[in-house]
Design a protein around this ligand. Structure first.
Ligand code: ADP
Length: 360
């Protein structure tokens, strides 16, 4: 295997206790490098210290600024999505509950031959709820949620992605149970050797696979969820580590109706009849969840646009005087908001699903 130290970049001296035993974590953390750490970084490191006031082993040789970035930008303590916010996808919800949520809630039962896979792939067209599922998992399993887009690792963190990945897995392991959601995972674990693929992106991929291997063998309560619109790009090694592969398809007609009702209801704007909803659903075949959201947004502007057209000034507009959102608003919106996924693309997902997808 590849040695962890071998692929490591700049080595930062471990942060050690200064051994005063006074329980003052700030002084312990900053014992070595108090001049370089500002208050927010110190606070962040303190939050990760164990009861003994020591930084956990895994974080000791990771640069504090990376730990801080993970804690502040990547970690989301309250992802705020529930199962009930997600339309349709009953099959995916059921699979995920069994293979992910129960094990995170009851690690004592899910061990040995019941031990769950630690890698889940959600694939399908964009805007179908993959990120929502990731957040809902974290919420339902009372886990800490980490969200990172793989393209930011290769673009924004050029040359540092590898260090950031170590920091990410390190912090997650200190915040168990944890869910690490990697969006666009194909750009990280792609099989294609991109034109002039940099040494650094190869190292990044290696580091990522090492980290996954690491928590796969241990008893960690850390789950990795990868999401992709391009499952075809994943190589064999990536597929092997993402043991469950769930197809997240476009919403059914019922799910589309649900999204319309749910979004309008939230604002007390829902006034459509069953027939009108059916009409809209017939005309939105092939729309993704996010297309539906955009459609509702556009339609909900209808009554406002109409009022303004009648010469009422926006500052004088009485909310109560506005009519509810009507079928015609949706008809107008349908001209503006088109489906974003082509049928060709859908065929490719279905094919990949048949070949590599998990059916249960
Ligand atoms: P992706 O599959 O690309 O990760 P997201 O989960 O980010 O898609 O969804 C984008 C937005 O589209 C969501 O914030 C939500 O408003 C809407 N959406 C997509 N799918 C669904 C769904 N199944 N139920 C409800 N809303 C959805």
């Amino acid at each position: 295997g590849v040695s962890r130290r071998g692929v490591r970049g700049n080595f930062v001296p471990p942060i050690k206790s200064n051994g005063t035993g006074d329980g003052n974590m700030t002084s312990r953390i900053s014992g070595k490098c108090d001049d370089t750490l500002d208050d927010s970084t110190k606070r962040c490191l303190e939050g990760l210290c164990g009861p003994d006031g020591e930084l956990p082993e895994k974080l000791r040789n990771i640069e504090p600024r990376l730990i801080e970035h993970i804690s502040n930008e990547i970690m989301d303590r309250d992802p705020n999505v529930r199962w009930d916010d997600i339309a349709g996808l009953e099959h995916a919800k059921k699979c995920v509950t069994e293979m992910v949520i129960w094990p995170l809630l009851r690690p004592d039962i899910f061990k040995g031959c019941r031990s769950p896979g630690r890698g889940l792939l959600l694939f399908g067209p964009p805007g179908t709820g993959k990120t929502m599922i990731g957040k809902a998992i974290a919420g339902e399993a009372k886990a800490t949620f980490f969200y990172i887009s793989a393209s930011s690792l290769t673009s924004k963190w050029i040359g540092e992605g590898e260090k950031l990945v170590r920091a990410l897995f390190g912090v997650a392991s200190c915040r168990q149970p944890a869910v690490i959601f990697v969006d666009e995972i194909d750009s990280l674990l792609s099989q294609r050797k991109s034109e002039g693929e940099h040494e650094s992106s190869r190292r990044l991929k290696t580091q990522f696979l090492i980290e996954m291997e690491g928590f796969d063998s241990g008893n960690e309560q850390v789950l990795l969820i990868g999401a992709t619109n391009r499952p075809q790009e994943l190589d064999e090694a990536a597929r092997r580590r993402l043991t469950k592969r769930l197809y997240i398809p476009l919403p059914s007609s019922e799910a589309r109706a649900w999204i319309i009702r749910n979004l309008l209801d939230k604002d007390g704007l829902f006034m459509l009849t069953k027939e009108e909803i059916d009409t809209i659903c017939d005309k939105t075949e092939g729309y993704s969840g996010s297309d539906m959201k955009n459609l509702v947004k556009d339609a909900s502007m209808g009554p406002l646009r109409e009022a303004l057209k009648q010469g009422i000034e926006i500052t004088k507009l009485n909310k109560e005087d506005m009519r509810p959102v009507a079928l015609q608003d949706f008809m107008d919106a349908l001209k503006e908001v088109r489906r974003s996924v082509s049928s060709n693309e859908l065929g490719a997902y279905e094919k990949w699903n048949e070949q590599f997808g998990s059916l249960s």
